[in-house]
Design a protein. Sequence first.
Length: 127
Amino acid sequence: MIQQASWQNPRIVLLLSLVFLCGAVSGALVFRLAFGAPSQAKVGSYWKDGGREISLQRFKKELNLNAAQADEIESVLDDFVMYYQMLQSQMEEVRGNGKSRIVQTLNPEQRQKFERMLDEMQSKSLR
């Protein structure tokens, strides 16, 4: 009987994947809490402030799109912007939930220090 290498065991691969994903999610959450997020409306406001037409015209010109292609690309880009905005709002909700859970764990003195730390980190990231 040939023995399978332990790293090829599906249970071990699944466990390692879950550990990696949990680490990635918590790292992203801490990073967002510490450094803040870029303005949520960057993509949406660009798209609303004329960026949409500029992008579409550039694609039409440089890619030599026909009318059907241009319509399809316009639809895809609109969907992307809507999806991006929904993800941003979900991330803000997760970030807020994480922050509130951290604050609930801390005593009043630690909460004040935590808020100051977040403010400092956020002001550094804006520079």
